[in-house]
Write a protein that binds this ligand. Structure first.
Ligand code: PLP
Length: 371
């Protein structure tokens, strides 16, 4: 699905010298690369504060902890996504409210989101799934009307642009807090686990920093219960280098997506990724919908032809045991989420796809539909 080795080869020397530098200084914890990366990322995103942390799931947890929500608060999150959002909500003894997604963009369905809001709702966590933004213009307006926080899960859309009220801004910088992951296969990937939280709010930034550092006020003086979640210096040093390539990485993915689109657009049994109106798409995943119940057969055919493929995500959140109870959802309203679990398939998507590889993948897939 990804070619991390091919990507690494091109920056190997730069990375090696950055790693050596960290060893030379032995500043393994909170070394100068951490603050430098946070500053560089904040410049790239056009946001005031970036706080590095250990991974993307921690980023979401830190965001919710910083909001100090009253017990019993409800947090709206998509039913069709990676588990991390619902997971941290549950972990903090809050109630996930699982909302259906749009069949074209796979992002939060705005009408169903509106219908899910109650007195207890305090936060919306839109996930910018597969590389393009949820309908943030609508989501921010709803949040304003109901006095809700918005925490963007930007783990899959770092570097995407969004037309927010007529102004181009970076994904993840629109809500009160943005969260991201630098898991190695993400568009901006570290060489291990890493993540970050971002915000324009000084008070929230201060709170997030404290919570990420054991709730420490000044040395060995604690003002609240926190966690220990740090961005590792080695990862920061590596991310500094890779951030400089993020634009070109995202363009390489868009080019591969365009080749897939061209090959599949006229296939009536496939739905190519629909582009959201106000967002660019940076293709964390290239995800097709396969019609007529043929998804699993296509997956098997691709396996036989040694073409990597994967279903993100086969089982909606509300079905899994830990979320089937203690969450709020209406199964009848989750039709799209359930349908997508049966129809979607993701193809190899990364920065190193060659014309030959794309040709082989697209011809093989179109051959499958000729049988
Ligand atoms: C990867 C991912 C996360 C979690 O990131 P980790 O760094 O693996 O903890 C959260 N949300 C989404 C949508 C993701 O894709």
């Amino acid at each position: 699905m990804v070619d991390l080795a091919g990507q690494h080869e091109k920056i190997r020397d730069e990375i090696n010298s950055a790693i050596n530098q960290v060893f030379n200084t032995t500043a393994f914890i909170k070394g100068p690369d951490v603050a430098a990366f946070e500053n560089e990322l904040s410049g790239f995103l056009g946001i005031k504060h970036v706080i590095g942390c250990a991974n993307g799931t921690d980023a979401l947890q830190l965001a919710l902890m910083a909001l100090e929500l009253p017990e019993g608060s409800e947090v709206i999150t998509p039913d069709f996504t990676f588990v991390a959002t619902a997971e941290v909500v549950k972990l903090l003894k809050l109630t996930p409210v699982l909302v259906d997604v749009d069949p074209d963009t796979f992002n939060l369905d705005i009408e169903k989101l509106k219908a899910a809001i109650t007195e207890k709702t305090k936060v919306i966590i839109p996930v910018h799934l597969f590389g393009q933004c949820a309908d943030m213009n609508a989501i921010m307006q709803i949040a304003e009307e109901h006095n809700l926080f918005v925490v963007e899960d930007n783990a899959q859309a770092i570097g995407a642009d969004y037309n927010y009220k007529g102004k181009t801004v970076k994904a993840g910088t629109i809500g009160h807090i943005g969260c991201t992951s630098f898991f190695p296969s993400k568009n901006l990937g570290a060489a291990g686990d890493a993540g970050a939280v971002f915000t324009n709010d000084d008070v929230l930034a201060d709170k997030i920093k404290s919570v990420a550092n054991h709730g420490q006020d000044s040395q060995y003086i604690y003002r609240e219960i926190g966690i220990n979640s740090r961005l590792d210096t080695f990862q920061a040093a590596i991310l500094r280098i890779k951030l400089r390539h993020l634009g070109e990485y995202n363009e390489a993915r868009q080019k591969a997506a365009a080749a897939y689109d061209a090959a599949f657009a006229s296939n009536p049994e496939l739905q190519i990724p629909v582009r959201a109106k106000e967002s660019t798409h940076i293709f964390h995943q290239y995800t097709l919908r396969v019609k007529n119940g043929k998804r699993d057969a296509l997956g098997k055919y691709l396996d036989e032809h040694k073409i990597p493929n994967k279903v993100y995500y086969p089982v909606p959140i509300h079905v899994h045991t830990p979320y089937a109870t203690g969450s709020r959802f209406d199964v009848a309203a989750l039709k799209t989420s359930i349908m997508l679990g049966e129809e979607v398939i993701s193809l190899p998507m990364h920065t190193e796809l060659s014309a030959d590889q794309l040709e082989f993948i697209t011809v093989t897939i179109n051959n499958f539909f000729k049988h």
